[in-house]
Design a protein around this ligand. Structure first.
Ligand SMILES: [Zn+2]
Length: 271
């Protein structure tokens, strides 16, 4: 169980660390996939261990993230996995914790200097923010809220294949929330922009952290009011109304898109 308070002390050799090599998470070959590794061991096995970043407390022990560099991974001892490849393979809670480690590591790396005056920043506020002592700017880890919406019309739902997806699967519509906008307004705008349809009855369903690199997916359902599908060809390759009988390939159920679609289909089946 992870406690999100960030340790305010430097990592010790016996503390455990999620080590990233680029976007790859390093795991011990004989250990549990995704488990953090003792810092002392990493320092012995990798020529460069840097950006050691406090993440929280795992089972009451401080835990950190870091970047490692190495030309060759010792394949008798370690394995590496793309963060995206761990989605659905680990319990969601474990994946979210590793995603948090990755996002905090990126945040530290990208905010070493103040965006306003260019001076160095330092961790402060019990590790929750980075502070520029020159101009007093505080910078918190940045999340990008993104709405994802399943539009329904009677017993059908609207699914779309994004440009570049090769129609591998059809999913809900999604887009970033703009400054000054409510999530509900973002849903209305995105659906209109992407498929030319007017919706209402917008209902929040749940959320999912999406650390690629720092989104928070906010899931909604909405009901069709008017309009025929007219896709924005820059964003959407194809969009169709589907029922349980005419379903194209859809995203897996560990994603919030898959959950929104499955919930709609099971409601339809129970009618
Ligand atoms: Zn500054």
């Amino acid at each position: 169980m992870l406690n999100f308070s960030r340790p305010n002390v430097a990592a010790q050799a016996e503390d455990t660390v999620w080590a990233f090599h680029g976007r790859q998470l390093i795991s011990e070959l004989m250990g549990q996939p995704g488990a953090p590794i003792p810092l002392g061991q990493l320092k012995t096995d990798f020529p460069v261990v840097r950006d050691i970043t406090p993440v929280g407390y795992l089972n009451d022990r401080a835990v950190y993230a870091c970047a490692v560099e190495s030309d060759d991974l010792d394949v008798m001892k370690y394995t590496s996995t793309n963060l995206f490849g761990l989605l659905g393979r680990l319990p969601q809670e474990e994946f979210d914790v590793i995603g948090r480690a990755h996002q905090l590591l990126n945040w530290e790396r990208e905010h070493r200097h103040c965006g306003r005056c260019g001076n160095e920043t330092h961790l402060s506020d019990k590790g929750q923010s980075r502070l520029c002592q020159q101009c007093n700017l505080s910078v918190y880890p940045r999340l990008s809220p993104c709405v994802i919406v399943l539009v329904t019309r009677d017993d059908e739902c609207l699914l779309a294949a994004g440009v570049g997806s090769n129609r591998r699967f059809y999913s809900c519509l999604a887009g970033f929330v703009e400054p000054g906008e409510t999530c509900e307004q973002a849903v209305i705008r995105e659906v209109m922009e992407e498929v030319g349809i007017v919706v209402d009855d917008i209902q929040y369903q749940g959320s999912q952290p999406w650390p690629f690199p720092g989104q928070l997916m906010l899931g909604f359902t909405a009901k069709w009011v008017s309009g025929e599908i007219c896709v924005d060809p820059e964003e959407i390759d194809d969009a169709v109304w589907c029922s349980g009988d005419t379903l194209p390939p859809t995203p897996p159920s560990f994603s919030i898109a898959g959950q929104l679609i499955n919930a709609f289909l099971s409601t339809q089946r129970s009618l």
